[in-house]
Design a protein around this ligand. Structure first.
Ligand code: AMP
Length: 397
């Protein structure tokens, strides 16, 4: 059996995992433990196209990890696990690439918790329980922020007092970096041009959404900032707003800063605009049935995205390709068509039949031959984490 990587994406109350073969990206077993820490914690497994699950007797992160090991044993896959790769949302300025985990790295991830209080503490729980469960295996941390550590200072600094950067780490970090690394590398195969010579804008459009300018394989600017709230319109996040809104809402609605933060993160975006849903597919159906607010929400989503894509051409001076990925980017022909329609002045021209058929797992070019290429690429962050982990663990990938 090929040595495989157990890829773990652990939140404060959930643990997503995938056993991945880094050679071909295949995933013989994957799953999700949910509601960890609560009485009704459960785990679901996917194996051989079948999905099954059960409540967790021990509903802690360690209990979930034990259930995963039991399942690996039951399927005869336990001996294949050769290393564990952890997705980590925030690596601050310290972690510029993936790294083998030791106590010092754990401390560093802990220090970044102030920048990602909803994510990094959960990742640490995952690391600790994986280390308990697999004490002999190498563990690797792969950071969402690392790919954007190549941003030049003029792109990552806010126009705020310099002490905020020096004393409080206030700067733009960017996210979705593992996805951008995967799709920008994959795009090169389709473009037939070396990565070093390519200027592309990649748009990762899922429930969270961002875009990045990738020049010669390096991120040079991106839409998300200190937190994943900045930039594009998202499922329930507002993206860019006037910072003056904080004070205005605090007095108009008598909210404290946490109240405004919740409003911007959980009640805004497509959900807030439509009053209906954060789900793009649902909104497309509603808009087709005449729901005016759903139509407006999608319109604003596309307009903001097109504006950002055009702005992200500035740091590169040109654009050789546009890449769509994430649940919306990979599946919504309507969103892609609208965005490309707004970008005609940059040399984009939609190939409508190609766009309509490039959905549900298909990848490829959706613009005409004379257009600047726009590509749809199915992202695979787990595969990227598995490849990094195999490399750092010294396994031939
Ligand atoms: P992700 O966070 O990458 O899983 O993406 C989730 C988003 O993808 C949700 O807004 C879904 O509505 C959207 N999505 C998935 N499939 C489709 C589809 N066929 N058409 C439009 N949006 C889709």
């Amino acid at each position: 059996m090929n040595p495989s990587i157990l890829v773990i994406n652990c939140g404060s109350s959930s643990l997503k995992f995938a056993l991945t073969d880094p050679r071909d990206g295949s995933t013989p077993l994957s799953g999700l433990a949910e509601k960890l820490g609560l009485a009704d914690a459960s785990i679901t497994f996917r194996h051989d196209g079948e999905k099954n699950g059960h409540p967790l007797q021990d509903g802690t992160h360690s209990g979930a990890m034990k259930a995963i090991i039991d399942k690996l044993d039951e399927l005869g896959l336990a001996d294949a696990v050769a290393a564990v790769g952890h997705r980590i949302v925030h690596g601050g300025e310290r972690f510029k690439e993936s790294i083998l985990i030791d106590e010092d790295v754990i401390l560093g991830i802990g220090e970044c918790s102030r920048l990602a209080p909803l994510h990094n503490p959960g990742h640490l729980l995952g690391i600790r329980s994986a280390m308990e469960s697999f004490p002999a295996l190498p563990q690797v941390a792969v950071f969402d922020t690392a790919f954007h550590q190549t941003l030049p200072e003029r792109a990552y600094r806010y126009a705020l007092p310099a002490s905020l950067y020096h004393d409080h780490a206030v700067r733009r970090y960017g996210f979705h970096g593992t996805s951008y690394r995967f799709v920008s590398t994959a795009a090169v195969d389709m473009l037939g041009k070396p990565l070093e010579e390519t200027a592309m804008v990649c748009a990762h459009l899922g429930n969270g959404a961002s875009a990045a300018a990738v020049l010669g394989g390096r991120s040079v600017d991106t839409s998300m900032g200190l937190t994943p709230l900045e930039g594009l319109v998202m499922g329930s996040r507002s993206g860019d707003i006037d910072p003056g809104l904080f004070n205005y809402l605090a007095s108009a609605l008598d909210l404290d800063t946490q109240g405004v933060t919740d409003l911007l993160n959980r009640q805004s975006g497509l959900l807030g605009l439509s009053g209906l849903s954060n789900d793009c597919r649902e909104l497309e159906i509603a808009a087709a049935n005449g729901h005016e607010a759903a139509r407006l929400a999608l319109d604003i989503f596309c307009y903001r995205l097109a504006k950002y894509i055009a702005a992200l051409v500035v740091p590169m001076g040109r654009i050789d390709a546009l890449v769509f990925t994430g649940g919306i980017g990979e599946n919504s022909a309507a969103i892609r068509a609208q965005v490309i329609g707004l970008l005609g002045f940059l040399g984009f021209e939609l190939d409508s039949p190609a766009n309509e058929r490039t959905i549900r797992g298909k990848a490829g070019r959706i613009t005409t031959q004379r257009s600047v290429p726009a590509l749809v690429i199915n992202t695979n962050e787990e595969d990227m984490i598995a490849r990094d982990t195999a490399r750092l663990a010294g396994l031939a990938a």
